[in-house]
Design a protein around this ligand. Structure first.
Ligand SMILES: [Zn+2]
Length: 418
């Protein structure tokens, strides 16, 4: 490793380390919530949700840390190189076969490290807190399906990436960004058609008051919304939710079945209006553009880091040596962790915009407040997370700031009427 490469890796690890220490600190010592919270929540409710969130936050940060530690150990010891050479000889020097075997090997190590945290966070804790309705068999079935998808798609991605380094030694990162852009668009389009149905069942919404409400809202929003689907979320969790997904012809709003059964029609209307606002404001397409830009930047940076770290190894003709895989994986883990505040800030801005547009659509601020209070109570959300945690990890504004924004809107409109 050159001195400049040392500086870059140390800087990346240092920034991720500082962010992690901050995250752990504010997870353990979340401080006080603002007084406005007591208008809607009791201290016992806030305490309970904070305890639950503390467990979930610690689980997620420990999972991240353990993967980074493994990759750092592999990169800084000679182990990554020794294993790569062994595999290369074992398969008779066939480059792409060696790459795939090496990839699968590293993938299994990372997966094994992650499994206890994943199982604890998404099965054990979910049962202890009485959210999960999933059997152990069903959990494993989801886990295996997800893992197969991951290993196949990542395997293809890794093969293409290394192939590009041989084909375009200086410009592979631009070509790789192009591939990734095409893939991002295709996968956003196909996800609701192919991937989502592997895990859940989706049914069109039944005739009745909810369908009438949805049609009225769509008219008001000026949208051609024909895909409002209900997902069998209750087969896994008691937590209610909704989302907007797809691209072009596959655009759809998905409502959890437990949202329809556990919440009032006014609250469901507030949710649907919020998702329609994402639709009308083109948030998925706008998010995609950010994603494309980010991929381009990250790959350019990766190119630079690899050139400085493995100057001699990559100077040889042909695709990059396979042991670079560990450095690439560590780099992506660190960069996406460090880039979280930017990504989440963009996402939170979309959410604020969707909340505002949704209010214009329904004109029913009280239902939105009721919805946020109920969702936060039932899902044990942190009504007012520490500002640092929100800045780093929240893709949505905190419930209390969403409630405050609705109150502001309400006051403003009262004033306008007078
Ligand atoms: Zn949203």
């Amino acid at each position: 490793m050159t001195a400049r490469a040392e500086i870059i890796w140390t800087t990346l690890l240092f920034i991720a380390g500082v962010l992690t220490i901050g995250f752990i600190f504010f997870t353990l010592f979340p401080g006080k919530v603002p007084a406005t919270v007591w208008e809607y929540f009791t201290p016992a409710e806030v305490e309970k949700a904070r305890h639950y969130q503390q467990i979930m936050r610690m689980t997620s940060i420990l999972a991240f840390l353990s993967k980074v530690v493994i990759l750092v150990l592999l990169l800084y010891s000679t182990r990554a190189n020794v294993w790569a050479e062994k595999i290369f000889h074992l398969v008779g020097g066939r480059y792409y076969l060696a790459l795939l075997v090496y990839f699968v090997f590293i993938w299994f190590i990372l997966k094994a490290v992650d499994l206890p945290f994943n199982f604890y966070g998404s099965y054990i804790v979910q049962h202890q807190w009485e959210f999960s309705t999933q059997t152990l068999m069903s959990w494993w079935s989801d886990y295996l399906k997800g893992s197969v998808l991951d290993i196949v798609l990542s395997g293809i991605g890794v093969t293409l990436l290394f192939w590009a380094t041989g084909r375009w030694p200086h410009m592979w990162w631009t070509m790789a960004s192009l591939f990734l852009t095409v893939w991002l668009i295709i996968s956003t389009f196909l996800w609701p058609l192919i991937i989502a149905p592997l895990f859940n069942r989706f049914e069109p919404i039944n005739e009745g008051p909810i369908k009438t409400m949805v049609t009225k809202l769509a008219d008001r929003a000026g949208l051609q919304v024909n895909e409002i689907l209900v997902m069998d979320a209750s087969s896994r969790t008691t937590k209610a939710n909704a989302y907007f997904t797809g691209l072009g012809m596959t655009k759809r709003i998905v409502l959890y079945d437990n949202l329809l059964s556990d919440y009032s029609i006014e609250e469901v209307e507030a949710v649907v209006a919020h998702e329609m606002a994402h639709w009308r404001q083109g948030h998925i397409a706008r998010g995609l553009i950010w994603g494309v830009l980010a991929n381009f930047l990250v790959l350019a940076l990766l190119h630079m880091v690899l050139r400085l770290t493995f100057t001699y190894e990559i100077a040889r003709p042909g695709p990059y040596p396979i042991q670079l895989l560990v450095a690439i994986l560590l780099f992506t883990q660190l960069v996406f962790f460090i880039a979280q505040p930017i990504q989440n800030r963009i996402s939170r801005n979309y959410e604020i915009e969707a909340d505002r547009v949704a209010l214009e659509l329904t004109g029913n601020p009280d239902a939105v407040i009721q919805l946020h209070v109920n969702l936060t109570k039932k899902n044990l959300g942190d009504v007012a997370p520490p500002a640092y945690i929100e800045w780093l990890t929240y893709s949505h504004p905190s419930p209390i700031s969403r409630i405050e924004a609705v109150k502001e809107w309400k006051d403003l409109h009262k004033g306008a009427k007078k």
